[in-house]
Design a protein around this ligand. Structure first.
Ligand code: ZN
Length: 297
């Protein structure tokens, strides 16, 4: 039994220790705070749309396009993805595909084009396309996946493939899907699946089955969307036939699918701007891919 002053001193000491412990916990929390939870965030993805559009239009070969590619590479490295680039000349222009790799097992490719169309030929061919939805949205989803995916849950070696030179088709004799065609022709492994995301950020979002896509892969992805409650946006009915970055892989017999919302009135116009894109739309696509890639089999 101690006297009261000793008891008071002990109490003060214990309180001081508790406060010290609390401060340590708060410091630890503060140290962890910069990394948001490892779940796909539409807000984070939307920030990547804004960053890309802040560079201006990003047609293949332009300084803005080079800067966009450099930012993708830096982001992949920041989140511990192994980066490889594929550079090759095409019509006197240097084309650069970027691949981030993580995980082990059979290869699965998630792809998006990061170039933008140099002519807004659905409206004013003399102007370029900013490409908030057509270019930046799919790229932003891949960039946020680079942060959000839990690498120890991946059942595959995942490639985040940023295709170059998709979107100058029919301009001065350019073809569509130049970068993805090159990647498909230079594969040294046979991917188990390829999923392309293109024009995925429309605030008024509806995804339909696309005819050049592998039916079983579409079913699998739309089924995941249904379990996440996205039945209003992932509609299991056929609508468009699109020549997109999945086709060069599909032609080699690789199961490939295109997640694309082609009902977009600002397509290849100067009005394809970030105000047409919503974080919620980006998040739905990202969550479907995240669940698919982290799924326990
Ligand atoms: Zn386009």
């Amino acid at each position: 039994m101690g006297n009261s002053s000793t008891a008071m001193a002990n109490l003060s000491f214990r309180r001081a220790r508790t406060i010290g412990g609390l401060a340590a916990v708060l410091l630890l929390l503060a140290a962890c705070a910069p990394a948001p939870p490892r779940t796909f965030s539409g807000d984070q993805a939307y920030a990547h749309v804004l960053e890309q559009c802040a560079l201006g239009p990003r047609p293949t070969g332009s300084p803005a396009h080079r800067a966009a590619g450099d930012a993708i590479i830096a982001h992949l490295r920041q989140w511990d993805w192994t980066v490889e680039t594929q550079e090759f000349p095409y019509r006197n222009t240097t084309v650069r595909n970027i691949i981030g790799r993580a995980g082990s097992g059979p290869v699965v490719i998630i792809g998006a084009h990061y170039d933008t169309r140099r002519s807004a030929d659905m409206e004013d061919p003399s102007q370029p396309v900013l490409g908030a939805n057509d270019g930046a949205s799919g790229t932003a989803v891949l960039m946020e996946l680079a942060r959000a995916l839990d690498k120890d849950r991946l059942q595959h070696e995942v490639w985040l493939a940023f295709f170059d030179a998709e979107d100058n088709g029919n301009l001065d004799g350019w073809e569509w899907c130049v970068g993805s065609t090159y990647m498909a022709e230079h594969l040294t492994v046979r991917p188990r699946a390829v999923v392309v995301v293109d024009m995925v950020g429309d605030a008024d979002q509806q995804f339909y089955f696309e005819h050049n896509s592998d039916p079983a892969l579409l079913q699998e992805l739309w089924q995941i969307a249904a379990t996440l409650g996205y039945t209003d946006t992932f509609i299991p009915e056929y609508r468009w036939t699109i020549y997109d970055d999945h086709v060069p892989f599909a032609r080699r017999g690789i199961p490939a699918a295109d997640i694309i919302d082609f009902d977009y009135p600002y397509w290849h116009t100067t009005r394809d701007t970030p105000d047409k894109v919503s974080p919620q739309s980006l998040e739905r696509v990202g969550r479907v891919l995240e669940v698919w890639l982290e799924k326990r089999e």
